[in-house]
Design a protein around this ligand. Structure first.
Ligand code: RP5
Length: 168
């Protein structure tokens, strides 16, 4: 049974949203992928949002571009945490970012950066880790790989010997 629902306005958002799906897969979190649109399928959005909690969904990741109403509309219809991903489909994604982030008081969406699908999934995992210690351990292991990556980069930069005035 899915614990995270990844919703996107169109399959044109999928190349970006695959990063969220890939991370949930890596963390062994059951998830579902759906296309729903606040403007093109409003009734289906309402059905999804009002039923999500009862189906066992814990976090919703909602991605949309342009006048991106999807995450906010979902947030208005569910008590679950909703993470919005602004997609850069027009205006470099600034339109979607401002549409998602500026929610009225009382109806929040957590908003990641433009095309920030990976961070949306990481935030979902952090939220679920509060009540799932095995997931918290898998997430901690992922964080160690991030440190190792930067340490490797630092060693590679230290190995560059092309400069007379480089001191390390
Ligand atoms: C939004 O409009 C979608 O989220 C997508 O980012 C954008 C364009 O959609 P398509 O015309 O490619 O279906 O609703």
């Amino acid at each position: 049974m899915a614990k995270v629902s990844i919703i996107m306005g169109s399959t044109s958002d999928l190349p970006v949203m695959r990063k969220a799906a890939d991370f949930l897969e890596q963390m062994e979190v059951p998830f579902e992928l759906h296309a729903l649109s606040a403007h093109r399928t409003p009734d289906a959005v309402e059905r999804f949002a009002t039923e999500a909690k009862g189906r066992g969904i814990e976090v919703i990741i909602a991605a949309a571009g342009m006048a991106a109403a999807l995450p906010g509309v979902i947030s208005a219809l569910t008590p679950l945490p909703v993470i919005g991903v602004p997609i850069a489909s027009t205006l470099d994604g600034i339109d979607a970012l401002l549409s998602i982030v500026q929610m009225p008081p009382g109806i929040p969406t957590a908003t990641v950066g433009i095309n920030g699908a990976l961070n949306a999934a990481v935030l979902a995992v952090r939220i679920m880790s509060l009540s799932d210690s095995a997931l918290a351990e898998r997430y901690a292991a992922y964080c160690s790989t991030l440190s190792a990556k930067v340490e490797k980069a630092d060693a590679e930069l230290a190995a560059i010997k092309d400069y007379k005035f480089k001191t390390n």
